[in-house]
Design a protein around this ligand. Structure first.
Ligand code: HEC
Length: 135
């Protein structure tokens, strides 16, 4: 009488463990990230990630994107106002904190910019990583 229940539990367990090992499909995240970018980042960093001279640094082919993922996540969560150098040029302007965006939106936007306009960066930003950096 309990056999079907045990079998079902067994199958469910195998399924849950199995899906945990499927690598996250970054291409879906990048696709969603394009929309997030257009809504939340494009005003300043421009359509092709080229930025605005002396005001908003570029994201396209930006050496800055090679920084650890946590630093990039923190820029979106906490803003950025100290002097930074991007591709050899100094910027000392202000990016506001955008912590009102949810974890998935921030992860998607970062996966998009790190893999667009010729950028090809290793690693995937996950919502869990964003969540862990919120205070
Ligand atoms: C209001 C304008 C504005 C918006 C909106 C904005 N940024 Fe920025 N961003 C800036 C400025 C200005 C800096 C440089 C700040 C400084 O000089 O310290 C910057 C710096 C950065 C940097 C580090 C430098 C570089 O060029 O690689 C990253 C990464 C970044 N922004 C990503 C994003 C993402 C992702 C979004 C959308 C979620 C976004 N920004 C939205 C203005 C903006």
């Amino acid at each position: 009488m309990f056999k079907p229940i045990i079998a079902l539990l067994f199958i469910t367990t195998i399924f849950v463990i199995g899906t945990a090992f499927i690598p996250q499909d970054i291409s879906e995240s990048i696709k969603r990230g394009k929309e997030v970018y257009e809504l939340s980042c494009q005003n300043c960093h421009m359509e092709n990630g080229e930025g605005m001279p002396d005001v908003n640094p570029p994201l396209a082919k930006a050496d800055y994107l090679k920084k650890p993922l946590a630093e990039l996540i923190n820029i979106v969560l906490k803003g950025q106002s100290d002097e930074i150098v991007v591709n050899g040029k100094k910027y000392n302007t202000l990016m506001p904190a955008m912590d009102y965006m949810d974890d998935l939106q921030i992860a998607d936007a970062l996966n998009f910019i790190r893999n667009s306009w010729g950028n090809k960066s290793p690693g995937t930003v996950t919502p869990a990583m964003v969540k862990a950096l919120r205070q």
